[in-house]
Structures are given as C-alpha cells and as structure tokens.
Design a protein. Structure first.
Length: 156
C-alpha cells in the first residue's frame, strides 16, 4: 500500500519523538498509536538510556493497548513508528493483536547505515516484522523521511 498524507503526518510526529529522545540522550525512536477514527491514543519515545533495553516505544504501546483497549479496538488501530519494530516489539504487537504498522525506516536500512558507520551490530537480529508476526499488515518505509532519519541515527 502506498503511504498516504495522513500516514506521513503521523510518521513525522514519530520523527519528532525520535528527535526528542535523541535530545534527551537516548536512541532516536518514536511511535504513535492511532485509533480507527484517527485519534492519537498514545505516543512515546525510546527510554533505554538508563539500562532497561525493553523501553522501546512500540513495546510501551503494546502494554498500554492491552490495558486500555478492547481486542476489536486494538485490531482496528494503527501503530506509526520511526523505525521498523525489532523482534521483541513485533512479538508484543502480535500478542496484543494490534492492527496495521506503518514505519518510516526499515530495519534493513538501519543495519546498512550502522554497518557503514562502523557501529557494532545489535544483540538482536534485525528481522522484518512479518518474519515475527506473519499475518501483520505492514507498510513502509517512507523515502520522504529517509534523510532526516539518517541524520538522527548518524553518530556524532
């Protein structure tokens, strides 16, 4: 599916959250949960700098959705995220039964950049979301946001 202007608007909010995370000394990732009616229900950014590597925004969205939404509401919602879910976050998404995922930057792109910059590999495999959640509806990446995301992820 081609990304719509609405998709890009929510993805830009995710990039803003990623920038906020980076400005706070964290890794640049941000995510937004949107209802079927287009209402932002929950948003968050990475919070791993203090040592809890599970504090990804996509995982926090799954936790919030499990506590605050019915299964039908979760299935009809969309998760927008600056970077494609890692396997942990993809699994949480699948277990909670969230709907469509739209990402701005793919895991493959990020791995390629990090390798080119000589950065260490992640301790977790960079798998496509559908390798973890085969039935997931996934759209991305967003080429319109690639340069901005590259700048956020590039080491200083």
């Amino acid at each position: 599916m081609t990304l719509t202007e609405t998709d890009l608007t929510f993805l830009r909010r995710c990039v803003d959250l990623a920038r906020e995370a980076l400005d706070d000394g964290d890794e640049p990732f941000g995510s937004v949960l949107v209802s079927a009616a287009g209402e932002v229900l929950f948003s968050d950014r990475n919070r791993v700098k203090d040592g809890d590597e599970t504090r990804h925004p996509e995982f926090e969205i799954s936790r919030w959705a499990a506590r605050n939404m019915t299964s039908g509401e979760r299935a009809a919602a969309t998760v927008y995220t600056s970077g494609e879910h890692c396997p942990m976050c993809a699994a949480s998404h699948g277990w909670v039964g969230l709907g469509r995922i739209v990402y701005a930057l793919s895991s493959a792109q990020l791995v390629e950049w990090r390798t080119g910059w000589g950065m260490p590999a992640s301790p977790v495999a960079a798998l496509p979301i559908t390798a973890v959640v085969p039935g997931a509806v996934v759209d991305g990446p967003a080429p319109e946001l690639e340069a901005e995301l590259r700048a956020l992820h590039q080491p200083s």
